[in-house]
Structure formats: C-alpha cells, structure tokens
Write a new protein. Structure first.
Length: 349
C-alpha cells in the first residue's frame, strides 16, 4: 500500500507553495518519527520547509487504526497550537510556522495529509559543525548558545518549556552571511503551564538520550517549574558540551560513572546515588575543561557546571529560582563571552 505522505511532490499547497521532491530521511536522524519532509517554493521564489504528517509510520503490528490516527492527529494539532501561540508572542529565536493545512493526495483512508509549513533553515547545528568547520569558531558557538538561550527564555517567559532541546532541534539561518542566527525548532514535545500537552503524563517527553540524570532514576519533582525548567537548563548545558567536544552531558556522565551505579543496575534512591553522580560529573567536567583553552574554560566551565548539575534542585544560576527568569544571567554571560571570543580573548576567534 502506497504512503500518501510520501507523494506530495508536485502538489500546490494553499494555492501558493509548489512541493519539491521528498527529502530522504538520514539513518542517523533523530526526531520526526511520524512525518515526512519536503521543500516547497512560492511563485516569488521564496523557499519553505514542509513537514507532512505520516500516519503509516505510526502504525505497529496489531495496532488499532482509529486509535493511532486519533493519537497522532492530537499530537500534530498540539504542535500547531503551540506554534500559533509562539507566533503571536513574536519569538524571534524560535522557528516560525508560516502556514498549515491538509493536502488531498488520493481517495484512500489516509489520503488527506496534514502538513505544517516553516521558514526554511540552511541546516541544523550538527551539519553546520560537520560541513563548516572553518566557520564553527569559538565565537560562533558562543553566539549560537546566546541565541538558543534567548529562545528558551522567550518560551519560559510565557510558561512554556521545550523538553526536547538537542542539536538536531537547533537550526541555522543565514549561514553564509554576517546575520547568521540560531533558532530553536520542534515544539512537538513542549509543555505549557496553563495548558494541555499530550505528553504531560510521561515522566520524560523528549529524546531519552538527552534526558537529565534524575529522569533515568525516576526522580520526578511534582513542581512544574522546578521539574521542567530544570530539564531545559540541563539540555542547554548539554548543548554546550556538544558544540565544543561533540558529546552530550549525559553520555559524558555515564562514561565517568562506575556501571554499578548506572540506572539499569541501581536499586536505591536518587538521593543515595547522588554522591556517585556528583563524583562522576566532577570528573567529566574536568575532562571537558581540559579540552578548552584555559581562558575559555575559566568562563565556560562554571556555566556548564551550573546548568548540568546532577541534582536538579541545585541546577541553575546560584541563588536564582527555577522559574521563568532562570536564564537571564546566562544570556548575559553568553553575550559577553561571544564578544570576547570575537576579539580573540579565548585564542583563535
């Protein structure tokens, strides 16, 4: 049975956007499990990114068709609602949705394919690091962190948490100009304090590979702000690690932790394992700092330590609550550091 979500090429969406060839999904791709991707072009030459909902990929053997369609549609409509909400708030560091609708592909039961149209990025942060090593300088990495932190702050200011911040969800715009901008993408796993999310019942909504340590040990703070903002802060800190040494905070922590204390082997409480996590984190952080210039390490490692502190109750800027202003100090610090890097204070810009 053919898949309608894979046959949008040549269609004109909303009478404006002609859809190009299907973008073949990379075997290394994360996220986008129930969607297909395209580029589309307007008659005036503008190019956009199209995310088409793929019901076929959501099916598992023996699954109830109606329940799968209901669940995946609910999640898609939630993302549409979140994007519309963020657009009204004019968040300039969050990827903007331009339009949405349904494409009539054929008369099959799943022949009507819901889609979202986004502003088109040049690449994500992973491919930028791989393909533009001469441009992915210390100054660029710090400016990208400033942009991403600003985007998180914009979300937090309206009581929204992202919950799935990872390298593939940081997109680069204007990559070949002096106006290069990093923006946060994919609000499909977000949570809103005063609204419904289809993933709020889960202990962890995002990619488990990027989850903070408390999630792996089933330590769940019932306070929405302390739990979810602490997670966003951790993933921001993990992005620091990825940008500079191409590994995540969680991967570095497990590598430094004796496997007797790994979540799969540990039978005690989170508080009982914390001393071992703290020791492993200290070791991993020292190894991270050793790969940086001494001047950069002196400024960056304290930030990394504050964001990725294994105990979520102690995470964040010292003396500052885990609430919608928790990122303000970090925004300022990244801005100052990016300026310092630009003039060579950390070595080669």
């Amino acid at each position: 049975m053919s898949n309608p979500a894979e046959r949008l090429e040549g269609l004109v969406l909303n009478g404006e956007w002609e859809v190009g060839p299907l973008i073949i999904r990379s075997p290394m791709a994360t996220g986008g499990n129930f969607s297909q991707s395209y580029k589309a072009t307007h008659s005036d030459g503008r190019v956009v990114f199209v995310k088409a909902l793929d019901f076929h990929r959501a099916f598992t053997k023996g699954a109830d068709l109606t329940k799968v369609v209901q669940r995946v549609t609910e999640e898609f409509n939630f993302e549409v609602t979140m994007l519309e909400f963020c657009a009204r708030k004019r968040m300039d560091r969050v990827v903007r949705a331009i339009d949405s609708g349904t494409a009539d592909v054929d008369s099959s039961p799943l022949g009507q394919v819901p889609y979202l149209i986004f502003e088109d990025a040049d690449c994500d942060v992973r491919s930028h690091l791989d393909k533009a090593k001469n441009k992915a300088t210390c100054a660029w990495k710090l400016r990208s962190l400033h942009h991403v932190t600003t985007g998180l702050k914009q979300l937090h200011a309206v009581e929204v948490v992202h919950q799935d911040l990872k390298p593939s969800n940081v997109l680069i715009f204007n990559a070949d100009s002096t106006n290069e901008v990093s923006k946060i993408a994919d609000l499909g796993r977000a949570s809103r304090y005063d609204g419904y999310s289809p993933f709020d019942h889960k202990d962890w909504a995002g990619d488990p590979n990027y989850a903070p340590p408390e999630v792996h040990y089933a330590f769940i703070n019932p306070d929405w702000h302390k739990r979810r903002i602490a997670s966003d802060l951790y993933m921001l800190g993990s992005l620091i690690s990825f940008l500079f040494i191409r590994t995540t905070a969680t991967a570095a922590l497990w590598q430094s932790l004796d496997n007797n204390f790994w979540p799969a082997h540990w039978t005690g409480t989170f508080d009982e394992v914390l001393p071992y996590l703290n020791h492993a984190f200290s070791q991993a952080t020292s190894e991270f700092g050793a790969q940086l210039s001494s001047a950069l390490a002196a400024d960056l490692i304290p930030i990394y330590s504050q964001l990725c502190q294994p105990d979520p109750r102690k995470r964040g800027y010292p003396g500052q609550s885990l609430n919608k202003v928790a990122l303000e100090r970090f925004i300022t610090k990244f801005d100052v550091m990016a300026r310092k890097a630009q003039i060579g204070k950390y070595g080669k810009p």
